[in-house]
Each structure stands twice: as C-alpha cells, then as structure tokens.
Design a protein around this ligand. Structure first.
Ligand SMILES: O=C(Cc1ccccc1)Nn1cnc2ccccc21
Length: 330
C-alpha cells in the first residue's frame, strides 16, 4: 500500500498542516505532521471549551469505529514549552489512500495557550520513534509504525515547500519530486529522534567548513537551530545582523537578500542549499525592514534541529526499514 497528502504552510511557513481522516464516518482534521514527536493527538469534544478557538474537534461518540482505551492517558510537553494531555481511543485513521484500522488517537482534554491560539491546527501526528510516545500505562505505536508492514516500501517522504503546498508520501519515493541523487545517512534512534550528523556547512560562495553537526530532522520545528559557532559565522557575514535580546534571536536587514546557507550530507560532498531568502523568516515590525532570522542557535537543547527552514530546501526520505535519512535537492 501507499498513501500521501498535501502539506499546506501556515504564515511564514511556521508549520505545515495536512488533512487526516479519523473515524467512521470520516472526520477530517488538519494535523501538523511532526517527525520530532510520536503522539497522534487531536482537539476533541473532550477539550475544555475555554481552550478551543476555531479548531475542528474529533468527536469519538460520532464514530462507529471508535473504541475507548479505558484508563489510558497521555501528557506531552514540547521543547518550546507548549503542552497537551488527555485520554486515548483506537479508531481508523487515513492519510490519503493509506489507512490504519486501529490507530491510537489521543484526544486532548487540556492544551496550552500556544495550541489554543493556533486556530488552524487541529492536532499533531507524530512520526518520531515509538520510544517517545507518552501514553500510559502502555505506549502506543505511531501511524507509520502501524502502517509500515503493509507499505510497498518502509518509508515516508517529506517534500515541504516555501510558501506553497508540498506533500508527505508513505510507502514510495516519487522520482519526480527531486533532482540529482538521494544521499542516505545513518540515523541514531536512541533518543527517539531522526538524529543524524552533517559534516559541515558553507556560507554563500565561501569554502566548506568541516565541522560535525549532530541534529534531528524535525518537521515540527519551524526554524533551523544550529551550534552558536555556525550561527555567528553566518550572521557575521551580514551587515546590520545582530543578536536582539528582546526578540531572543538574531535579526537581520530583510534587504539585501542574505547569503545562501548550505549544509553537508554524507562524505561524498553532497549538500543542501538554503536560498538566502529562506533566512528572512518573518518581518519583526510593521516597517518590514528588519527580519527575524530563520537560522538560530541550538544552545541549551543539546543537538541541532533541522526544522522546516532547512527541510523545505530538500526532498527527505525517512526510511523506517534501514533507519536512515535520505537527502536530495529539488
Ligand atoms: O519544540 C520544538 C522546538 C524546540 C525548541 C526548544 C528546544 C527543543 C525543541 N519543536 N517541536 C517539535 N514538535 C513540536 C510540536 C509542538 C511544538 C513544538 C514542537
């Protein structure tokens, strides 16, 4: 089997939302597919009303295939401080033509303000490794883990784009979605993430800097978070760029377009190039002269995060069979 669906960017490509069908008859929710976590949770009829602002709610009582997992609960908090918690049902979940008949659907009873104010986001669909799932007393499998045995190939791909819809596909690699070769690198799944090591980077037309950058491929993170040495080298090339403590990050003049940023993949010289305009993440004020940087530091996290700013420059294969990541330009 195979499947897939569109991934539509929200403002500034802060996140990408994908329609997911849940239950019988189907209830379609727009979920943030997140390779940085492993819970599938949704806004629901059980979510406290004061914490709902426009989201579509999954109502298990309207699904003939919903089965409550009595006594099961979940509670998650993300690196950015947001959180949610609730109870658990099993139900039928589909992404395009791909259906998992007994998927753990975690219904939110509480969500933090970041989720309440994100009115188009109806929940998350985690595609990290199973060890990150928060369901108690027994952890539940991700949609990908449940689907994998039936997939033509044990993979899913992320083809996110700047400002326009891209796609997540399951079970196959679309040869028309990328250019050149796919370079595969090993993944360390010991922390539950798609954790890999880049050999270094280049700024603009500059020479390649060989420096090990270990980090995660995380569709649920908006920005590209890198070691401070790399970040200060990049912004050091841009007149007027500075660290702004009120914005809690590097800011830069939106014009002229900043230099491209490339990160290495594998040991054969392959690289993914981020066009400089991707680093103009969003204007910081109404004048539009100063932009918040799409590359920021990873201090305090313990690893780099290749979030949407990086991923949208690539076609990425998440291979659950070999536990490798494939990177290609497009
Ligand atoms: O939380 C983060 C980014 C982050 C910030 C600081 C430290 C570590 C990581 N990403 N993320 C990944 N999946 C998410 C889901 C919701 C919110 C944020 C999410």
């Amino acid at each position: 089997s195979t499947g897939g669906a569109v991934a539509t960017p929200e403002d500034h490509d802060v996140e990408y939302l994908t329609p997911v069908s849940i239950g019988t008859p189907e209830q379609i929710l727009n979920l943030d597919i997140d390779t940085g976590s492993s819970d599938l949770w949704v806004f629901s009829s059980e979510t406290s009303r004061s914490e709902v602002k426009g989201q579509t709610l999954y109502d298990p009582s309207n699904s003939s295939t919903a089965q409550k997992l009595e006594g099961y609960t979940w509670s998650i908090s993300y690196g950015d401080g947001s959180s949610s918690a609730g109870e658990v049902y099993l139900d039928t979940v589909s992404i395009g033509a791909l259906t998992v008949s007994s998927q753990a659907v975690e219904v939110a009873q509480k969500v933090s303000s970041e989720f309440t104010s994100d009115s188009n986001n109806d929940g998350l669909l985690g595609l990290g490794f199973g060890s990150l799932n928060t369901v108690q007393p027994n952890a539940q499998k991700t949609f990908f883990d449940n689907a994998m045995p039936a997939l033509d190939s044990p993979v899913f791909t992320a083809d996110l784009k700047a400002g326009i819809p891209g796609r997540y596909n399951f079970g196959y690699i679309d040869p028309n979605a990328y250019t050149g070769n796919i370079t595969y690198v090993s993944v360390d799944d010991s922390q539950g993430f798609w954790d890999w090591t880049s050999p270094g980077y280049a700024i603009g037309s500059g020479s390649f800097e060989n420096t090990t950058i270990k980090g995660i491929a995380d569709t649920g993170t908006s920005l590209l978070l890198l070691p401070s040495s790399v970040v200060s080298a990049y912004y050091g090339k841009i007149s007027g760029a500075k660290y702004d403590s009120t914005q809690a990050g590097y800011v830069l003049p939106c014009s002229p377009t900043p230099p491209d940023f490339a990160f290495g993949v594998g040991d054969d010289g392959a690289a993914i190039v981020l066009p400089g305009k991707y680093i103009n993440y969003a204007p910081t004020g109404s004048s539009g002269t100063t932009c918040f940087g799409g590359i920021q530091g990873d201090s305090g996290i313990g690893f780099a995060i290749f979030g949407d700013v990086a991923l949208k420059a690539a076609f990425v294969v998440f291979d659950g069979g070999s536990k490798t990541l494939g990177w290609a330009s497009k």
